[in-house]
Each structure stands twice: as structure tokens, then as C-alpha cells.
Design a protein around this ligand. Structure first.
Ligand code: CDT
Length: 319
């Protein structure tokens, strides 16, 4: 029996600093309704989808900073999104800044949740790969202070059964790392959901930043193909508080092909009827991990002499 997930990516245009949660949630609900009207059973929102991308600023005032975080999910302003999901019978992925009372202290994470068609949270992921810096960088028009405002996520990369398949989550910079997909791939993931905020000046090097769009799709297409999984990548984009951010949200098949892509730099829903058995075919043939992976050969052979070039003076363990 063929298994399909009707999935939507709900790309968002900029969120102004002055926009309230209630206003943003109203935008999310409008996108959710459109996704449902177009047949989706699952809609993927961006990373930090409830606020402007605040890591672009140095914010020293703790009270001002914590306004960007959610203390509860759902909370007073986000409950309406869960209620609407329940009413429409549509699931969703949502990225947000999380303030958690954990281990006797307040902890900050860049988080995403997976919510089922009853409006119940079935999965939570906390971003592992935090890009940027913990200290402001001189000479940069926009900072990228994720390392200052979030702790490294402590969830690892779990997968969840839902929507008739095996679902995984990650957030933005995670999509550039092969380990992200492979850890989920080894658990049989069939669809990876991810949101991103990618400023066009994200490295500060013109030659790299000119390839922002190419590297975005390259990462997701490679991750999808090499792990036989669908990837749904959803942008927050456009010019947000003076920072230009990449759009081009995509739904990528396990073949590595982009089957749907956003064409605007604003709020836009794209959809696909994702056949999970495409991934199964790849996993049973070219990417049959049990038959073809060679984990023994991936270990660093420290003792080996002769066959490898001599180490450089500053070379350290590959970790
Ligand atoms: N949000 C996020 O992770 N953005 C990064 C770019 C910033 S690197 C300083 C990304 O990988 O898209």
C-alpha cells in the first residue's frame, strides 16, 4: 500500500520587531488554513517563527531579551494555533525560542515541535548546531549571536512515528551538516522537517555569501538523497529589520529532486503529495545501509603507517 503525506511548507516573509505574538499567530493561522484548503495534513513553519530574528542584535537587557522566548507551549498567545490545528485536523512543525526551567535553572534553547492532527505535541527538538558567535563581531552590520542566546540542544536527533511515517526535525544551520541527516537516517527517518532564517550576509565573505541560495538547496538535496528521506525546508525571508534573508523554501524528494519551491519572498504556501515509499525504494537498493554501509572503515585508523600522508604539524584527532 502506497503511503502519502500531503505536506505543506508555509514560508513567512519578515516579522517586524514591533509585531505582537497575537499578530504573528494570526499570520500562521492564515497560512495553516491555506495549507489545509490545498489538501495538506501537515504544515511546516520556519525557525523562530513567532518573532523577528533577534540574534542579529546585541541585547544586554535580560528583560528585553526574554520577551522573545516562550515560557510555555502552547502559551496564552499560541493556544489559538493549536486550537485551529485541532479544528482543521492538520499537524504542524513550529520553530520558536524556548525558555525552560530545567535542572534548577532557566535555560534557553532554539526549539521546534511536531504537533499532530489533534493539536497534541508529539515531538520536541532543540537545535544542536548553533552558528555565529557569542560575542558581537566588529564591523558587521548584522550580528549572529545564536551562541550567546541559546544553549546547544540536549535532545540529539530523535525521530517520531506520525503522519503514517517516521518523522524527524532539525533547525536551520543543522541542515548543512551531514551528521544531522545521517543520525536520523540510521533511525529510518522518512521525512525531515526544518525551518530556517538565513541572512544573505551570513558568513561576511562575499564569495561564500554569493552562493547562499546554492548552498541552501545543495545541503537539503544531498541530505535527502543520501538518507533516502523527504526534506521540507521552510524559510523566514525577505528584508527583516534591514537584514535580507533567503527565501526559496523547498520540498525535496528522496531522489534529491526539488518537487516544489516558493517563488516569492513573502508569506507563501507550497505543497507536495509526498510518497514515503520513494524513500523505501532508495533504502532497499542503493542506500541499503545494512548491506552497503561500512562502519568499520569509517573509524580513524590511528596506527596506520605508510598509506596515509604524514600528519601536518598542527593536525589533531578527527574527533
Ligand atoms: N539561523 C541559522 O542557523 N542561520 C544560519 C546562518 C547564520 S551563520 C552565522 C544558516 O546556516 O543558515
Amino acid at each position: 500500500m502506497t503511503r502519502f503525506v500531503n505536506v505543506a511548507a508555509a514560508q513567512m516573509g519578515p516579522i517586524a520587531k514591533s509585531e505582537t505574538r497575537t499578530q504573528v499567530v494570526a499570520r500562521l493561522i492564515a497560512l495553516m488554513r491555506e495549507a489545509k484548503a490545498r489538501g495538506a495534513e501537515l504544515v511546516v513553519f520556519p525557525e523562530l517563527a513567532l518573532t523577528t530574528f533577534f540574534p542579529r542584535w546585541l541585547i544586554d537587557n535580560e528583560a528585553e531579551l526574554t520577551q522573545y522566548y516562550e515560557r510555555a507551549m502552547p502559551g496564552p498567545e499560541t493556544q489559538a494555533l493549536f486550537d485551529e490545528a485541532h479544528r482543521l485536523e492538520i499537524g504542524f512543525y513550529l520553530g520558536y525560542a524556548e525558555l525552560a526551567q530545567e535542572d534548577g535553572r532557566l535555560r534557553k534553547f532554539n526549539t521546534s515541535i511536531l504537533v499532530d492532527r489533534r493539536g497534541v505535541i508529539i515531538g520536541k527538538y532543540r537545535k544542536v548546531h548553533l552558528p555565529g558567535h557569542s560575542e558581537p563581531q566588529a564591523g558587521r552590520q548584522h550580528q549572529h549571536l545564536e551562541k550567546r542566546y541559546f544553549e546547544r540542544g540536549n535532545t540529539g536527533f530523535p525521530v517520531w512515528r506520525g503522519f503514517g511515517g517516521v518523522m524527524g526535525m532539525c533547525l536551520c544551520n543543522d541542515r548543512r551538516w551531514p551528521e544531522t541527516y545521517r543520525v536520523m537516517g540510521l533511525q529510518g527517518v522518512e521525512m525531515v522537517l526544518l525551518g530556517y532564517n538565513t541572512p544573505f550576509d551570513h558568513t561576511g565573505h562575499d564569495d561564500i555569501d554569493a552562493l547562499t541560495s546554492f548552498h541552501n538547496h545543495l545541503s537539503m538535496q544531498a541530505g535527502a538523497y543520501q538518507n533516502a528521506t523527504w526534506v521540507v525546508g521552510t524559510a523566514k525571508c525577505g528584508t527583516e529589520e534591514g537584514s535580507k534573508m533567503l527565501a526559496q523554501s523547498v520540498i525535496v524528494s528522496p531522489s534529491g529532486e526539488i518537487v516544489s519551491m516558493a517563488s516569492s519572498i513573502g508569506d507563501e504556501v507550497i505543497t507536495a503529495k509526498a510518497d514515503l515509499d520513494i524513500g523505501k525504494r532508495y533504502r532497499e537498493t542503493i542506500f541499503d545501509f545494512a548491506r552497503h554501509r561500512e562502519p568499520e572503515s569509517y573509524k580513524l585508523i590511528v596506527e596506520r603507517k605508510g598509506a596515509m600522508p604524514p600528519p601536518l604539524a598542527d593536525e589533531v584527532s578527527l574527533g
